[in-house]
Design a protein around this ligand. Structure first.
Ligand SMILES: NC(=O)c1ccc[n+]([C@@H]2O[C@H](COP(=O)([O-])OP(=O)(O)OC[C@H]3O[C@@H](n4cnc5c(N)ncnc54)[C@H](O)[C@@H]3O)[C@@H](O)[C@H]2O)c1
Length: 300
């Protein structure tokens, strides 16, 4: 197991960089990404290249045992502006990897999908059987990737993970999942109140990246072929509560600013993590404490 050769796609991105960081000490791990890796210690481990290019994909998966596929176009807004680019990066790149991995006999493929496959929840907490009704081209492309994983699971052991809203010190304000945290922190660091779209009662399941990386490790050992697993905390936090926590951490009095609701904003979101728990997963996210630590180091 120690000598397992692991390839992490999207290794210069938020979640991928943490996965590679954890795996580099345990396994023979490397990454690929369109962009150079901004993390100094990982730079030399990340090969730059484009997963839309099948020849490149063949080269990078040739000698690996496991692929953790995180590379994606993650912006919902960009997926509307350029749905073809979104599909190329999220669907075609995934097919390229599955085909090359099955040709070379790669042992395991872990596909990082998204809670976006569920669309507007019909009930919360959302379990894996919840209907899949994506409401953006991004959600459709992530779901299409899942279907390709399912059909390829006859040829290669494939497990799907559906993260909810992942946050970390490396989050990007433009990221649709954790952007709200990054934006609130950046406002309060300028001594300005956070701006909330709508009444702030919309909820999200914010999960620290450490829990997602833990779950990737669990899935590598115990994930069942062809299965999908939610990863979140099972706790709902409203955007208003989030704003109040961040204002409190920054020592800012007063109230957040309320603006017009955003079109298509999902009202409630929260993961049912019973299926992940059965594999031994237990989230350790402590929103307040984790945000305090991130607040210290976060620079936009
Ligand atoms: N951040 C979240 O809360 C969250 C929630 C659910 C699912 N996800 C999924 O997790 C994964 C990682 O998300 P993230 O937040 O780290 O996003 P990110 O944008 O920080 O990282 C994605 C990386 O993929 C790379 N990439 C995109 N297209 C590529 C291509 N064709 N070839 C090579 N590299 C390419 C990008 O350059 C980027 O570095 C994505 O698959 C995303 O859909 C994220």
């Amino acid at each position: 197991m120690v000598y397992m050769r692991v390839l992490v796609t999207g290794a210069s991105g938020q979640i991928g960089s943490y996965v590679l960081e954890r795996f580099m000490d345990k396994y023979d791990a490397a990454g690929v990404d369109l962009k150079p890796c901004p993390i100094k210690d990982l730079k030399d481990l990340v090969v730059q290249g484009d997963l839309r290019n099948y020849e490149f994909v063949r080269k990078v998966v040739k000698d690996v045992d496991v692929v953790i596929h995180l590379a994606a176009q993650v912006s919902v807004e960009n997926s509307w502006n350029d749905p073809v680019y979104d599909a190329e990066n999220n669907v075609i790149a995934t097919i390229n990897l599955l085909k090359a991995c099955s040709d070379y006999g790669v042992d395991r493929f872990v596909y990082i999908s998204s809670a976006a496959v569920y669309g507007n929840p019909r009930y919360v907490p959302i379990d894996e059987e919840h209907p899949k009704n994506p409401i953006s081209p991004y959600g459709v492309s992530k779901l299409a990737g899942e279907y390709y994983c399912r059909v390829f699971s006859d040829r290669i052991h494939t497990v799907i993970i559906r993260p909810f809203n992942v946050f970390s010190a490396r989050m990007d304000p433009s990221n649709p999942y954790s952007g709200v945290i990054a934006k609130f922190i950046s406002r309060v660091k300028q001594k300005l109140p956070p701006v909330i779209y709508g009444d702030g009662k919309q909820t999200r399941d914010f999960v620290h990246v450490r829990d997602v990386v833990d779950f990737v490790e669990i899935v590598l050992k115990r994930g069942e072929n062809g299965e999908a697993y939610n990863v979140g905390t099972g706790r709902e936090t409203s955007i208003l509560e989030l704003a109040e926590i961040i204002m409190d951490i920054a020592g800012i009095n007063g109230k957040p600013v309320f603006d017009k609701p955003r079109k298509g904003d999902i009202r409630r979101s929260c993961a049912d993590i019973s299926k992940a728990r059965k594999l031994g997963f237990e989230p350790k996210t402590d929103l307040r404490k984790d945000l305090e630590k991130i607040f210290e180091v976060f620079n936009e």
